[in-house]
Design a protein around this ligand. Structure first.
Ligand SMILES: Cc1cc2nc3c(=O)[nH]c(=O)nc-3n(C[C@H](O)[C@H](O)[C@H](O)COP(=O)(O)OP(=O)(O)OC[C@H]3O[C@@H](n4cnc5c(N)ncnc54)[C@H](O)[C@@H]3O)c2cc1C
Length: 823
């Protein structure tokens, strides 16, 4: 019995040291002291003997590194070399691109919440705020998405001019070059606001400010290139596009067949060193109107004219669209949207060396340049587009759900509709919090490659989900296309965000966890680099030190996950009190489970994990939801914990924790070695499932403000452009919503009278108003309020109809404004 007790005590001591992530030396001393105490108090039993033996083995390996290397590390090193898939330069560059930020903490199992909470709150400067409130507001008021998408298939000339004149195309260009020099948050906010009005206009503004010539020149351009192009780009005198994708290489962009051969040729009447280029690119945004084409191609130097290499790899050039041989092809029609998108080709086009971005020095650096730019750029534009869908849907769907009545009840009051609305409400909060935190990271000078992949994937997916719910709730009103429809164009365009800048399936299955695990893990990437070293002895030495720290890290994650599971997260620290404190604890527990599970998965599956995409994707979901939950908590803290936000925060935590749990369960269930999956599940969830989906009651709470004119509705939908007049596509819904709300009191009187049998139940609303005034139930002022609300409501539920000629393309001068009688 004493032996068993001694073993249990020693396990607790080891567990305590591991839980605390104690340094090895300190842990050894504590364990030695514990052994002595147990010996004195319990005597020398079999339990103490086993404990001493284990202690002696560990101490020997700790104190005698040469022995450790010979017996363990060298063998592990050789095994690692064998199981690791060879990493080519393209993969290595992609892995190394960008920085590890807060997601590193979340991945490593013990997030320092105070570190996150003390990051300064991202905020717009006065100048940026003014640009959003004035220039962007004015631009939005000029946009008629129906006209843009279905009639012109282009922005009107005055809109193009406004965009250029006001500097929308130069938001990221520094002031010294004539640009706005805006922060990532400002850029994201401007794109969000425009996208709530017109996706086509938002894409037009977004592209020159994201991954493309401007961004590449800023970071890698020669001074001469910057001086020449940046002021022209800032003023919109040059319209850029960037061409990477080819018909045979989309997701696998590193495999582009487009090539350039270094050679001598004639340029401006002189023989110069340059490149003969051949390319065939498609899907290129702004190509049809571009004046300069950023081009990615593979560079070869068979005659060694610029060095002793023949194959340089991906390289980027900036070529004027009117350069001889550059062909700008015809337009594509992406989901019927009106932004410019098309093809470009060239055959044996000669360009001088100084058209390379960054000059000859940057030959072969293109992939690194693109990956680094993508690491930051993906944090901004597409997350902004997803947020725009969320904001507009929250505001319009909430308003419509109050205005539209069926079964004599606003449709938002039906539980089924409420369920869909709850998703919109909760996810709208989540997208805004994630947008602000992610753009904020870029403004801290970080290029968060993993976070940007999380933001890109999840915010476009949330946009798609929210859009689907909005469409369902609007019913036929959103399906019938025309001037009155504010959803259908956005619905059509959802797959675009899903596909560009890393298609979503690939982003989730391959990038978030694949890159995340290697970049965020404290040891794995360095172990991989050590395993690839040409000097084996040096490699083994480095590997040895990493391996043993790695083992300590694994033991610690095991102890922490089990202890946090057993205590239902109670052992974890809370950085704040109040109702949100417990969520930090639960997230710490899930973070710890992720660290443990990732290590076991990588240890057992090695390079195979890369091919087991569905397993990787589930761990990617865990990391992503940890990140988005932390963004919600930070957003709430940064906004001084408004009481009205609390249900939204709770919903997001319960939703996120539930998603994390489901991802873990699916992972454990599908782990190739069933027993390992079961053991891991027991360690992480010793009592079974811990987290439930948000309750119906909580969902009711977050839906309520969608149908009220209140502060939190305004805050969540801040930057959603809403028209100001009753003939505007969104203005009419907003104004009707306000009128219906204003009529609420008086309508209550009518309902009461109806119940009392004073009014005809079968009459129309307008007839009932007439009866009510005749019978003195309401006065003239009240009658006017009701009539206003009823007229506005009737206007909102109308849809457009057109003549056959208008629909078939033979356009008459003016569409007939006849409204359908049915709603
Ligand atoms: C409207 C629009 C605008 C664009 N603008 C530009 C631009 O300005 N410049 C530019 O260079 N390019 C642009 N693109 C190209 C865009 O980046 C590519 O479409 C994207 O990279 C995906 O390539 P693909 O469409 O050929 O799909 P594919 O590569 O054929 O992929 C098809 C599917 O397979 C999945 N998949 C592929 N490989 C894997 C894998 N290993 N694991 C899991 N899933 C995988 C993808 O996720 C996707 O779902 C644009 C595309 C569109 C549609």
């Amino acid at each position: 019995m004493m032996g068993l007790l001694q073993i249990v005590v020693m396990l607790l001591v080891v567990g305590f040291c591991a839980y605390q992530r104690m340094a090895m030396k300190k842990a050894m001393i504590i364990n030695a002291v514990a052994l002595v105490v147990l010996w004195i108090h319990g005597g020398f039993t079999w339990g103490l003997f086993i404990s001493l033996l284990i202690f002696a083995v560990v101490a020997t390996f700790y104190l005698l590194p040469d022995l450790r290397i010979d017996w363990i590390s060298r063998k592990a090193y050789l095994f690692m070399q064998k199981v690791l898939p060879p990493m080519n330069e393209t993969e290595k560059t992609a892995l190394e691109a960008g920085d590890v930020w807060w997601e590193g903490d979340l991945f490593r199992g013990n997030p320092d919440w105070n570190k996150m909470l003390t990051i300064a709150k991202p905020a717009l400067t006065e100048e940026e705020q003014s640009f959003v409130d004035n220039e962007t507001e004015e631009l939005c008021s000029m946009l008629d998405d129906w006209d843009i998408v279905h009639k012109r298939k282009d922005l009107p000339a005055e809109v193009w001019q406004f965009i250029k004149d006001k500097g929308f195309l130069g938001m990221i260009i520094p002031k010294e070059y004539g640009g706005k020099g805006f922060s990532a948050l400002a850029h994201s906010t401007v794109v969000t606001k425009i996208a709530t009005r017109s996706g086509s206009a938002a894409v037009t503004v977004m592209v020159p400010n994201s991954l493309g010539p401007g961004e590449l020149l800023l970071h890698y351009g020669t001074q001469e290139q910057k001086d020449h192009y940046l002021p022209r780009l800032a003023k919109g005198e040059e319209i850029p596009c960037f061409a990477l994708t080819s018909p045979v290489a989309g997701s696998d962009a590193g495999a582009i067949p487009d090539k350039g051969i270094v050679c001598k040729g004639e340029y401006q009447g002189k023989e110069v060193l340059g490149i003969k280029l051949t390319w065939n690119k498609r899907y290129i945004t702004l190509a049809p109107v571009a004046t300069i084409v950023g081009l990615a191609f593979k560079l070869y130097d068979p005659d060694n004219l610029i060095g002793d290499k023949e194959d340089y790899g991906i390289t980027c050039a900036l070529i004027p669209a009117d350069h001889p041989g550059v062909e700008i092809g015809q337009r594509h029609l992406p989901m019927n949207q009106a932004f410019m998108n098309g093809t470009t080709t060239g055959k044996d086009v000669f360009i001088p060396m100084d058209m390379l971005i960054g000059g000859q020095e940057f030959a072969g650096q293109g992939w690194r340049m693109l990956m680094e730019s993508l690491a930051a750029g993906r944090s901004i534009s597409l997350p902004a587009m997803g947020t725009a869908v969320a904001k507009l849907s929250y505001r319009m769907t909430g308003a419509y759900s109050l205005v539209r009545e069926q079964f004599k009840t606003p449709i938002g009051r039906f539980e089924g509709v409420e369920e869909a609305m709850a998703r919109i409400a909760g996810l709208a909060y989540r997208t805004e919090a994630s947008r602000v935190m992610t753009a904020g990271a870029v403004d801290l000078g970080i290029k968060p490659s993993v976070v940007s992949a999380i933001a890109k994937y999840h915010m476009t997916e949330m946009g798609r989900e929210i859009m689907n719910h909005s469409m369902d709730i609007h019913g036929g009103r959103a399906i019938i296309m025309g001037e009155r429809n504010y959803l259908a164009n956005g619905y059509m365009s959802q797959p675009i965000g899903i596909t560009v800048e890393g298609a979503n399936i690939l982003t989730r299955n391959l990038m978030i966890f694949g890159q995340g695990a290697i970049r965020c893990h404290p040891y794995v990437f360095r172990e991989m680099l050590a395993a690839q070293m040409e000097d084996t002895e040096e490699g083994v030495k480095r590997f040895d030190s990493l391996l043993f720290r790695h083992i300590g890290y694994g033991v610690s994650n095991f102890a922490r996950t089990f202890a946090l599971g057993l205590s239902a997260s109670k052992f974890a620290k809370k950085p704040v009190g109040g109702q949100t404190g417990k969520y930090y604890q639960h997230l710490t527990r899930m973070s710890s489970a992720l660290a443990l599970t990732s290590d076991i998965a990588m240890g057992i599956l090695g390079g195979d994990l890369k091919r087991k995409e569905r397993l990787s994707a589930r761990l990617a979901d865990v990391l992503s939801h940890l990140y988005m939950c932390s963004a919600v908590l930070k957003y709430y803290q940064d906004n001084d914990r408004p009481l009205a936000d609390l249900p939204y925060v709770k919903w997001n935590m319960e939703y996120g924790l539930h998603k994390i749990q489901e991802a873990f369960y699916d992972f454990y269930e599908n782990f190739p070695i069933k027993a390992v999956g079961k053991v891991l599940r027991f360690i992480a969830f010793p009592y079974g499932k811990s987290y439930s989906y948000p309750s119906d009651r909580l969902e009711q709470e977050i839906v309520k403000p969608m149908m009220q004119n209140c502060e939190i509705r305004d805050r969540i939908t801040e930057y959603a452009y809403v028209g100001k007049t009753a003939d505007d596509v969104t203005g009419r819904v907003e104004l009707a919503f306000l009128k219906v709300l204003a009529a609420d009191e008086v309508r209550r009187k009518l309902r009461k009278a109806m119940k009392a049998g004073e009014l005809d139940k079968h009459a129309t609303n307008m007839e009932r108003i007439e009866q009510a005034i005749e019978k003195g139930i309401i006065n003239a002022e009240e009658q006017q309020i009701l009539v206003d609300a009823e007229e506005a409501r009737m206007d909102v539920i109308q849809v457009d109809d057109y003549s056959h000629e208008e629909i078939s393309g033979v356009v008459e001068d003016k569409p007939k404004k006849k409204k359908s009688k049915s709603s």
